[in-house]
Design a binder for this molecule. Structure first.
Ligand code: AHR
Length: 503
């Protein structure tokens, strides 16, 4: 199959925030994942687990969304500041009904972001909170000088304000965030947005809680609300972006499928579900284009990834699942779509970073051992796309495909970018058993030599464990040849390959 990468045609910038993450007070994501507490024998800084931080720093994670998810709309930030032993305990009703001692709160989250070098993205409580509560949280975090909330922050040990641009106006307002209609929520988003103020040079980027999957009515309602305000008012009283949530399942919600015990048919069903992200982003972007042809309002996919049945024997409310080569390929095809729609999609956050759903890192609750998942490796291999120029990829022939039930799955996926004089091409072969050969014409450019890496494994079900941490790990790859302006890439069955070189 022959592809053309248009090296000299500038496309949109791939916002680094498309490689964002999400950490909710859910299961062992925060407690036992990021946070081990100051008395832990596991190396930590102020209670934050350092091996987790170090592994994530290698991904260059640009932002971290917190504290939820559904948890965000039951979270009251004042419970999570001040001396830890005086913080009230609450019940985490969404996730396992466990007690939440609030030991990881605002200061701990901001300390984590500083260690990661990531921008904080805070989801405010619209569902069960008040406008005043959210307004004061913004003031507490970002106001310089003297004010009631700035004084409280200082009393709690932090003199300087933090810089917090990204604020979510609630989460899943159509469901756990208040079961609202789109019309009602649009008004609420405006109200909460109005009183979330910019202090000094901290200009907020407010993200309205957007649609679930293909709910285009939700997106249209939020866009109409902005139209009514007029674009000039967006910055002061509205929102700058809308979110979208979409999860990849291997079956219906009541039978999502096992994370590791799946057959080839279920693998293909999962990949069809993953590939649907393109239809959804294109669909929501088209609705937004009607109201905002200049594309000043961003689309933020702040929850995406696989959602399977929990690992047998674990708390069903903790959403702990293993992560196989299949998950890696789900991630790689998502990124190809993100790169193609980088003119509208400004941020994406995989759910969730540690020990929950499609995680980067799994930690053993008994031994504390840390495992990097196959998905982690895709984020690392693709890191060079962050802030790069997306390059258009065209195909001279029809792409290979196969029927999956009533759908058709395209089994080769490619995206490309350039940054700082380097080309990066990402290629996925989703076929479970056949290799694919891709010849790429670099139109308008050439590379002399390339570095290539491959992520694959003996089976689709392969995954990493503390006993075998590198079963699925990237390796240098010699299945690429270069001939001036042409690359020839052999993609083994079920593989992900990255090729980079100086232009
Ligand atoms: O990521 C898990 C949950 O999925 C989030 O809390 C919620 O927003 C979504 O339904």
């Amino acid at each position: 199959m022959e592809a053309v990468v248009n090296v000299d045609l500038g496309g949109p910038r791939i916002n680094r925030h498309l490689y964002g993450h999400f950490a909710e007070h859910l299961g062992r994501c925060i407690y036992g994942g990021f946070w081990v507490g100051e008395d832990s024998a596991i190396p930590h800084q102020g209670g934050i687990r350092l091996d987790v931080v170090e592994a994530l720093r290698d991904l260059g994670i640009p932002n971290l969304r917190w504290p939820g998810g559904c948890f965000a709309d039951e979270y009251h930030w004042r419970d999570g500041v001040g001396p830890r032993d005086q913080r009230p305990v609450m019940v985490n009703t969404h996730w396992g009904g466990v007690e939440e001692n609030n030991h990881f709160g605002t200061h701990e989250f901001l300390a984590l972001c500083e260690l990661l070098g990531a921008e904080p993205y805070i989801s405010g409580n619209v569902g069960s909170g008040s406008v005043r509560e959210m307004s004061e949280w913004v003031e507490y975090l970002t106001r310089d000088g003297d004010s009631p909330m700035a004084r409280l922050r200082k009393a709690n040990g932090r003199d300087e304000p933090w810089r917090v641009r990204f604020w979510g106006l609630g989460n899943e307002a159509w469901g756990c965030g208040g079961n609202m209609t789109a019309e009602h929520y649009a008004q609420e988003a405006r109200r909460f947005g109005t009183y979330s103020r910019d202090y000094g040079d901290n200009k907020l980027y407010k993200i309205a809680a957007g649609a679930n999957g293909d709910d285009y009515h939700w997106t249209e309602t939020l866009m109409k609300q902005l139209g009514h305000l007029g674009c000039q008012h967006i910055r002061s009283t509205g929102y700058h972006a809308l979110s979208l949530h979409y999860y990849t399942l291997a079956g219906p919600w009541e039978n999502k499928g096992s994370a590791t015990a799946f057959d080839t048919a279920e693998y293909y069903t999962t990949m069809v579900a993953a590939a649907r992200i393109e239809e959804l982003i294109a669909g929501h972007a088209a609705v937004m284009d009607c109201y905002d042809p200049g594309r000043s309002v961003g689309l933020v996919l702040d929850e995406w990834g696989t959602w399977f049945d929990v690992e047998p024997g674990t708390n069903p409310g903790f959403l702990y699942q293993q992560n196989t080569l299949r998950d890696a390929l789900v991630a790689s095809v998502h990124f190809d779509v993100f790169h193609r729609y980088a003119d509208r999609l400004v941020m994406a956050n995989i759910a969730q970073t540690v020990n929950v759903l499609q995680a980067m890192i799994l930690t053993d609750p008994e031994t504390g051992a840390l495992v990097l998942t196959p998905t982690y490796h895709v984020f690392r291999m693709n890191r060079g796309h962050q802030d790069a120029t997306s390059l258009r990829v065209d195909f001279r022939d029809a792409l290979p495909s196969r029927p999956v039930g009533e759908a058709t799955l395209t089994t080769v996926s490619v995206s490309a970018s350039r940054k700082d004089g380097r080309l990066l091409v990402s290629l996925s072969n989703l076929d479970a058993s056949s290799p694919a050969d891709v010849e790429i014409e670099l139109r308008g450019g050439a590379v002399e030599a390339v570095d290539a890496e491959i992520l694959t494994a003996g089976t689709l079900q392969d995954h990493n464990t503390p006993q075998a941490p590198s079963t699925v790990a990237p390796r240098p790859y010699d299945g690429v040849s270069v001939d001036g302006g042409r690359l020839r890439v052999r993609l083994p069955a079920h593989s992900f390959v990255t090729v980079s070189g100086a232009l």
